[in-house]
Design a protein around this ligand. Structure first.
Ligand code: AMP
Ligand code: ZN
Length: 354
């Protein structure tokens, strides 16, 4: 039991043993992060979920536990709690969603991933929106924000999240989670983490989606059959690159996974995300800027924002993912149920307008 093992001090310290077991069911597709937040406090969510994942998957063989604990609490604090959506809770959600992918998708086996690769995936989830200001890349670019200037308008926030995280790791021995790694292993993990976090830039969606989609006819992939063919007769560099493409699309999928959650959970995330968009819209209005897509609280339809996001992005993406990893099918079932809910909501909204 991970909760009683010696490596789970965070969990013990927070007296999580006294928390209802159901709330700690991180391996369940029904896991409710908001209920756990009510019990143990937002500041403990990312450290708790992450330490559970690291302990249960044996990742503390590479990462010093104490340093990890210092690091993950510090990262959690660096998320801006006043953002409606981009907080450490969203990072924790990403980590738990990635755990479901690893377990249900059997990623280690299917993609031949090493412990370094898996560790990189979860570290990426932890840091992937670190210090997010609650504003989009486009806003930062248009307002000539110093972060946009620093990264030359290219994947501005994604570059910022990774660079700030590595700065933190370098800032003190206390946060040096990589101290046990050889120089080569560190180099590899750093490369994986950088690529994974940069892959969360939404402008890469089409590229990532087509990577998966294109290979379905080429390799005759269906319901998890023939995925191994992709890796047949490839050299190590090519294997590394293909694995990275999979990690990229999966981390992106975890990032946009709100609609794959049970409705009650999804509704809370959806409300948070549009609240954040609307705050940006308010800023844009007051600064005389053009109001960004989905950011105008006076005109945006909440159900339509979700239907557009699901039908344009999330459903097509998960439809191809389940061809490779059929046991992730629970996601598509939830998406389809959630579409029905938002369609009804949209109809009601339209009736009320008349
Ligand atoms: P990230 O900013 O790294 O969290 O990237 C995910 C992006 O996907 C967000 O910034 C939003 O633009 C978009 N997104 C995620 N969830 C939703 C949602 N429920 N509705 C609309 N857009 C979303
Ligand atoms: Zn995110």
């Amino acid at each position: 039991n991970v909760f009683t093992s010696s490596s789970s001090n965070i969990i013990k310290r927070n007296n999580i043993n006294t928390v209802n077991e159901e709330l700690l069911n991180f391996e369940s597709t029904e896991f409710n992060i908001f209920k756990l937040e009510d019990k143990i406090g937002a500041e403990n969510i990312l450290p708790t979920v992450s330490s559970y994942v690291f302990a249960s998957l044996g990742l503390f063989s590479l990462i010093n536990y104490t340093k990890f604990e210092n690091f993950v609490y510090k990262i959690a604090k660096g998320y801006i709690r006043s953002n409606p959506y981009h907080t450490d809770l969203h990072a924790a959600d990403m980590v738990q969603t990635s755990l479901l992918f690893v377990l249900y998708g059997e990623l280690k086996k299917v993609l031949g991933l090493s412990t370094i690769d898996i560790t990189s995936l979860f570290l990426s989830g932890i840091i992937h929106d670190y210090k997010h200001p609650g504003l989009t890349n486009n806003y930062l670019i248009l307002t000539k924000n110093e972060i946009a200037i620093r990264y030359n308008d290219q994947s501005v926030l994604e570059n910022y999240h990774v660079a700030e995280s590595f700065k933190l790791i370098n800032s003190s021995k206390d946060y040096d989670i990589f101290e046990l790694l050889s120089a080569d292993d560190f180099k590899l993990m750093r490369k994986r983490v950088i690529e994974c976090v940069l892959a969360t830039d939404m402008t890469l969606h089409n590229k990532e989606y087509h990577f998966l989609k294109m290979r379905i006819p080429t390799f005759n992939i269906s319901k998890g059959e023939n995925v191994d063919k992709i890796f047949e007769n490839v050299d190590n560099v090519t294997k590394y690159n293909i694995q990275q493409e999979f990690l990229n699309v999966l981390i992106h999928a975890a990032d946009v996974s709100n609609p794959t959650k049970p409705l009650e959970i999804y509704k809370i995330w959806a409300k948070k995300v549009v609240d954040e968009f609307f705050l940006q819209g308010d800023k844009e209005r007051s600064q005389g800027m053009k109001i960004s897509f989905l950011c105008d609280r006076n005109t945006v339809s909440f159900p339509q924002s979700q239907l557009g996001f699901i039908e344009g992005i999330v459903l097509p993406l998960y439809n191809v993912i389940v061809e490779y990893f059929p046991n992730i099918g629970y996601s598509v079932s939830n998406i389809n149920g959630n579409i029905e809910y938002f369609k009804k909501l949209k109809e009601e909204e339209e009736k009320n307008k008349k």
